[in-house]
Design a protein around this ligand. Structure first.
Ligand code: ASP
Length: 573
């Protein structure tokens, strides 16, 4: 139907007879007979000069034929890629009429997100959404090319499946043929990909849909997409190399620049320096150790197991009494006993309500460790080590973190996570990753005696303070798996009931294996410059899990429930 895309026409096309198709983006009258019509398709807009007698309204679907010509002097538009030219002598064919859209189809006009999602098909006509979908397609294509180049094969795994151990609430699907039994939608292909390793697939990947019934946020949806991989006979370093290569290939495909090699930071260093296991490396404000400086302090608030400080360089003047009070409140909300602030004066002296309690050596120590300069604002927290890291890590982000989508892109691998992230109500350790994660070989002996000290062979990929994904070397030996289940308080029967099929498979010669999953919605959002993953998903759910376009979820007919053998309880009162 068309010879050209609207957004492609340039001065080099002048004189050509062309046909373009698209939607009427804007109409401006020009005298009695002529009208300017901007026609839009996915590539952009072109101005068409048509006989004003046409009934052409916004979003009418048209085919325009005419001749490309130079715009008259003084009417070129530098904001448009086609701004030097227009199509003249136009014949317009209306392919379809349209009702007025509920919001203007323009990046320049903000519309309420619920309305955008209800009319997502109109929202998708906007430049920004077209661009985001293309970024997404580019990332998927680059990842597939990269994984295949690296010898991986894509294998699809079931969606109707059985519980998987990622720790989130799961979606269940009643079985029509087996009343009272349910499929579970996979939180990830974790167990399937481990079975593929037992099956000798050796190098597996999948651009996989995962489903978790968790509360939604800007960086979380019920269903999301992962680049999921698993490989046999690999070391942790080899897994990190494969994923680094794929992610950098994808970033390069979108931005044209290959990011630097991704640094690897042990978890404990990330926690000590940034107070976070997903550090944003785009800015400094490192958590500096001051415990030694106050080893013999007389100041009661600093008689604590750990003291650290951050230097909010140059921010002293910005923080008056009110802002300092709210920083202190924030620190207390985060569980700190208090927050000590000190401003560095012109001569280098420390100005703070607590300065008089600190000895000259202690004051010099603070200045030296925090490399303080006049005009800096210093924030100190004294408490248990984990609390100090958490509070200062959060304040560091509050004070210094740019919007997630602002460049530059700073990736990091965080390695050597603890195997467990704490104790549950019954006093059993809780897996930090999942229960198939291999403990660090040096820490195996601590599994029964001091489990919270055991490091794991697991790793996260982080970008600009967002966790992009996690992975681990897996346990492939029945004896270690059984010790781990015991430590977790999972009985043999329970383990058989939940993961029996995997444990059985492992009896038939499981190779050592490990893998990773990259959250693609997050990666794509950052590469597209969006702070919210809903902007890079064609049909996302709202924060409350609803789809305003289809009104899902909604009730089904009684006959459907009867077929499924399901009876509803009355709504909770
Ligand atoms: N299945 C894990 C997850 O979804 C990733 C992995 O360990 O490969 O977080």
């Amino acid at each position: 139907m068309r010879t050209d895309m609207c957004g492609d026409l340039r001065a080099t096309d002048i004189g050509r007879t062309v046909a373009v198709c698209g939607w009427v983006a804007r109409r401006r009258e020009h005298g009695e007979h002529l009208a300017f019509i901007d026609v839009r398709d996915r590539t952009g807009l072109v101005q068409c000069v048509v006989d004003g007698a046409h009934d052409l309204r916004s979003e009418y679907v048209v085919r325009v034929t005419g001749t490309v010509r130079q715009r008259p002097e003084g009417t070129t538009n530098a904001d448009l890629t086609t701004g030097d030219v227009e199509i003249g002598d136009c014949t317009v064919e209306v392919l379809n009429a349209a009702e007025p859209p509920p919001f203007p189809i323009s990046d320049r006009v903000d519309a309420d997100e619920n309305v955008r999602l209800r009319y997502r098909y109109l929202d998708l006509r906007r430049d920004r959404m077209q661009r985001n979908l293309r970024v997404r397609a580019k990332v998927n294509s680059a990842l597939r090319t990269s994984m295949e180049r690296q010898g991986f094969v894509e294998v699809e795994t079931p969606l109707l499946w059985t519980p998987t151990p990622e720790g989130a609430r799961e979606f269940v699907v009643p079985s029509r043929l087996q009343h009272g039994s349910f499929y579970v939608l996979p939180q990830s292909p974790q167990l399937a990909k481990q079975l593929l390793m037992v099956g000798g697939v050796d190098r597996y990947y999948q651009i996989a849909r995962c489903l978790r019934d968790e509360d939604l946020r800007a960086d979380r949806q019920f269903e999301f997409t992962q680049l999921d991989i698993e490989a046999s006979f690999v070391t942790q370093d080899e897994v990190l190399d494969v994923i680094s290569e794929a992610v950098l290939d994808a970033a390069e495909a979108v931005t044209g620049n290959r990011p630097d090699p991704i640094p690897r930071i042990p978890w404990v260093d990330a926690m000590e320096r940034y107070g976070s296991d997903k550090p944003d490396l785009r800015f400094g404000m490192i958590l500096m150790e001051l415990t030694e400086v106050f080893a013999a302090t007389e100041f009661n608030a600093f008689k604590a197991p750990c003291i650290k400080g951050i230097n909010a360089a140059g921010l002293a003047a910005d923080y008056g009494r009110n802002k300092l009070d709210s920083l202190t409140d924030r620190a207390k909300q985060l569980g700190a006993k208090g927050l000590v602030w000190l401003k560095v004066g012109d001569g280098g002296a420390l100005d703070s309500p607590v300065a008089k309690f600190l000895s000259p050596q202690e004051q010099e120590g603070i200045v030296a460790v925090l490399r303080a300069q006049p005009g800096d604002l210093l924030l100190l927290v004294a408490d248990e080590r984990h609390k100090v890291r958490e509070v200062l890590g959060t304040l560091r982000n509050d004070l210094g973190r740019p919007p997630v989508s602002d460049g530059p892109y700073r990736y990091a691998w965080i390695t050597e996570f603890p195997l467990f992230e704490g104790l549950d109500d019954q006093g059993n350790p809780v897996s930090a990753h999942h229960p198939f994660t291999m403990p660090h070989p040096d820490d195996l002996d601590l599994l029964e005696t001091d489990p919270l000290k055991v490091r794991s062979q697991s790793y996260d990929l982080v970008l600009n303070g967002w966790e992009l994904g996690s992975g681990s070397i897996r346990i492939h030996r029945a004896d270690i798996q059984s010790r781990l289940f015991k430590t977790l308080g999972i009985t043999d029967e329970e383990a058989q009931g939940r993961f029996g099929f995997l444990l059985n498979a492992f009896r038939f010669g499981a190779p050592p294996h490990g893998g990773f999953a990259v959250g693609l919605d997050r990666l794509i959002a950052i590469l597209a410059g969006e702070d919210n993953i809903r902007e890079v998903i064609a049909f996302p759910k709202t924060q409350s899990g609803l789809d305003p376009l289809t009104d899902a979820p909604k009730p089904v007919a009684d006959t459907v429930l009867r077929d499924l053998g399901v009876r509803l309880l009355p709504p909770p009162t």
